[in-house]
Design a protein around this ligand. Structure first.
Ligand code: FES
Length: 112
């Protein structure tokens, strides 16, 4: 399956994230793309704690100093690089990561 183009990397300010809807395995899903420098990370927008959108405050995916992804419902902190929850009620769990890459400035999902 060809990669699915999502957005331009430059659409996402560094150390922030952008939410969107993408079709994954035939279903519309809320996802978000987090950016660290030249690298983009894609995750399902779905907190493992109570299965709600991470950005209960729409568009707010990061904590105050932009060091972690933060669920705005109960404040769980997730590493940007792998979605691991380092603090909060779902500590030790992961966000569901989605394989993606950035080529020529375009972020794409790689569907298996
Ligand atoms: S719903 Fe995300 S931390 Fe509780």
């Amino acid at each position: 399956m060809p990669p699915k183009e999502l957005c331009l990397l430059d659409d996402i300010p560094d150390n922030s994230a952008k939410g969107m809807v993408a079709v994954i395995q035939g279903k519309q899903r809320n996802i978000f793309i987090a950016r660290r420098g030249d690298v983009a990370y894609a995750y399902l927008n779905w907190c493992p704690h109570t299965q709600v959108l991470i950005d209960q405050i729409p568009g707010q995916f990061f904590n105050e100093d932009n060091s972690f992804i933060q669920c705005s419902k109960h404040g769980a902190l997730f590493r940007v690089e792998d979605g691991y929850c380092v603090m909060g009620p779902c500590k030790g769990e992961y966000l569901k990561s989605l394989p993606c890459n950035t080529k020529k400035g375009t972020v794409s999902l790689i569907e298996e």
